[in-house]
Design a binder for this molecule. Structure first.
Ligand code: GMT
Length: 383
């Protein structure tokens, strides 16, 4: 198949999923064309089946906001035509699904029918999409897609609940490349961070409000009162400064390190004992899956799709959003030396269920179904 992939090319989970999916499809022999405004950060290897088309949007003194969506739709039109794509797969509804709809309509006037698959990732539905300023466009473009997938059952439910959706939504969960995300021997690093054998706790996110980064610091503060421990905070965003200030205020700044954005997160996860994800909302929790693949148990909130990943009392524990005390109790239970090895093993076993080799065929089969349906429809229209 020749597949066009549209995504946000940055560090966010949706961009990571889209890029890793494209790379895996290319390895399987499909031709994959990324259509993005900059090179996706995980598009880090060479393959004869991988192509990258940059969406250029020029500014003009009249525009306060450059029209990204129009430039994207135009680029989709030219790539579909020139490369003879079979299908467009757009990740994150806003504004990718509506830009794809526009491209599809333009291509129709050229006698080309391009099926569009939209993948819903989370905040495009649970936070931004619901907002009245976007809702009609989001509803319309989901309903106009030839296929719609969501990354968890919970996100599917939430989408049906919040929008008037007439389309079927297929759940295809996030996945992990176990070749990349695996426990590596990084003893020297662990020794440098935890010279006295302290427990190492890790959090990674984009430090937006929805991640409840302050809860991470509070939970760690409680753990730190009980056992020798260190906290590594990976990523950057609006809540980083307040979190740094809180760590100083609590007097634990020597035990907490803010590392900023990191490419090789798996190296840090390799030496971690516990991962914290106390999010307000989380449609799946890819960062937690990455931790589990590196044998790190997870303390998370019980929101969104997290119960579909983190198995209570097995791979870690879940607590109500904001219940810092409960998270602390459960974290200390996991970190007990008699309990930790089993939790680590369980986390890895669970991560294996989301191995990319299990999930990739689900996408391939779904594309085939969408293409069959589109061809049948085309046949009906021309007969
Ligand atoms: O977590 C984020 O804020 C980034 C966001 C994104 O859209 O890039 O992640 C969302 O998509 C990921 C991949 O499907 C999911 O694993 C995350 O759970 C989801 N984030 C939220 O729902 C907050």
């Amino acid at each position: 198949m020749k597949i066009g992939i549209v995504c946000y090319p940055t560090f966010g989970g949706s961009g990571v999923v889209a890029t890793e999916l494209g790379k895996a499809l290319a390895k399987e022999g499909h031709q994959v064309h990324f259509i993005t405004y900059s090179q996706p950060s995980r598009l880090d290897f060479l393959n004869e089946n991988l192509f990258y088309h940059e969406v250029e949007f020029r500014s003009y003194p009249l525009f306060e906001y450059p029209p990204y969506e129009l430039a994207l739709a135009s680029k989709m039109v030219s790539v579909v035509k020139n490369e003879g794509l079979d299908l467009l797969h757009v990740h994150y509804a806003i504004p990718h699904a509506s830009a794809a709809y526009m491209a599809k309509q333009i291509l129709k006037t050229h006698g080309i029918y391009i099926p569009v698959v939209t993948t819903l990732h989370g905040t495009d539905i649970t936070l931004v999409g619901k907002d009245a300023s976007y809702e009609p466009v989001v509803t319309f473009s989901i309903n106009q897609s030839d296929g719609v997938t969501s990354v968890s059952e919970d996100l599917k439910r939430e989408t049906y609940y919040s929008f008037k959706i007439t389309n079927e939504i297929e759940v295809i969960p996030n996945f992990i490349d176990l070749e990349k995300f695996k426990k590596q021997k990084k003893d020297h690093f662990k020794k440098a961070i935890c010279p006295h054998g302290e427990a190492l706790i890790v959090h990674t996110s984009n430090f937006r409000k929805v991640k409840r980064v302050m809860d991470v610091v509070q939970v760690f503060n409680n753990i730190h009162k009980e056992i020798p421990s260190k906290l590594l905070m990976i990523g950057d965003g609006p809540e980083r400064q307040p979190a740094e200030a809180l760590a100083r205020e609590l007097g634990i700044n020597d035990a907490v390190r803010f590392l900023g954005k990191l490419e090789a997160v798996e190296e840090v996860l390799s030496v971690a004992d516990l991962f914290l994800m106390p999010s307000e909302k989380e449609s799946f929790g890819l960062a937690a899956l990455e931790a589990m693949a590196c044998e790190v148990p997870v303390i998370s909130s019980n929101t969104g799709g997290l119960p579909e990943l983190n198995v209570q009392g097995v791979t870690g524990f879940m607590s109500n959003v904001g219940d810092v005390e409960d998270m602390t109790r459960k974290a200390l239970f996991i970190l007990d030396k008699d309990n930790l090895p089993q939790f680590k093993a369980n986390a890895l076993a669970r991560a294996r269920e989301f191995d990319i080799t299990n999930i990739l065929p689900l996408y391939e089969k779904y594309y085939e179904r969408v293409l069959e349906k589109a061809h049948a429809l085309k046949g009906l229209q021309t007969s």
